[in-house]
Design a protein around this ligand. Sequence first.
Ligand code: KIV
Ligand code: ZN
Length: 394
Amino acid sequence: MSTQIQIFDTTLRDGEQSPGFSMNQDEKLRLALQLERMQADVIEAGFPIASEGDFNTVREISKNITQSTVAALCRTTKKDIERAAASLEPAAKPRIHTFIATSDIHMKYKLKKNRKEVMESAIKAVELSKQYCDEVEFSAEDASRSDPEFLFEIFEAVIDAGANVINVPDTVGYAMPWEFGQLIKSIRREVPNIDQATLSVHCHNDLGVGVANSLMALKNGAQQIECTINGIGERAGNASLEEIVMAIATREEEMSTNIVTEQLVPSSKLLSEITGHKVQPNKAVVGDNAFAHEAGIHQHGVLNNPMTYEIMTPKSVGLKSNKIVLGKHSGRFALDKKLQKMGYALTKDKLNQVYMKFTDLADEKKKVSEKDLLNLISQTLPQRKISGDDIRTL
Ligand code: KIV
Ligand code: ZN
């Protein structure tokens, strides 16, 4: 039996915190509805204490989302927690997500609190949150740079106080996959009541290993992954949801998620449309080139059997089909197939003539379009356009 991994989407909170990615209430609601269509288990809708707008948005999302859990972020103060609780009031499945930093550097320079004070704050915050909400998540900010012994103690204490989810953020994207896997394993081993909570991770991408760290965490006992559409988030972003989900779907027989993978590309496109930021063409899973082939050898393979160069089907992520792009690396085989699709089945000779002209043009242009091909055909076979002599039986 496969383990069901919970997908916690934080596009609307951590994702939205990155410069240039802010969204208004209507846009956030539209995206939240799409995330629900995709069957995200948890949608983190915002940070209600941050502004009146954020508060109202979390409330609006709470009113409209019925299947996914809606989470609201708050620090450990009473005011923050009460604001989060109020914003979640209309939610069918609310979750308060409270956090405090546990690394020495954050405690000393940001919080100006010692370990005892941080411990007390965390316990009190979870106890208070529980008065408003059955589901409470506790995050130890900068967990990966915290003293593991302190981390074990605080996790044990907040689980005793009622936390249902324990989150381990690699807040600054500093951890390496092998270390992060070991950290998760040690939490499983050293926190005596860990089985009473869901163990979650939240990885940032400063060194480009957010997804790798999340997968290593899963291998070592994490049960929930926090991630974002298109990997947006603070600085270099968060672990990308679509990459994690498809890595599990493609490679992990003993794990699964609830995500409707056919909604991955629609979610990515909606986010790009709303924020005005397209993903780079080579972005895994959702980039324009993720299922595009230009090189002749690849095109030949894919046209005969897509699995020669595709490890997932385009349909499985929500695309109609792959793309055969005609450019300077393309071969006769792909050109012939394309021309056949356009209704021209040329003899070998004529195809060679068109191909020579095609390579000249492809040297000049990045992509050769259908219109370009029509021009090439009429230049190469000018007088009669296409006659019986030029055409083999289709
Ligand atoms: O990166 C982080 O530590 C966070 C927490 C608030 C979960 O976003
Ligand atoms: Zn974060």
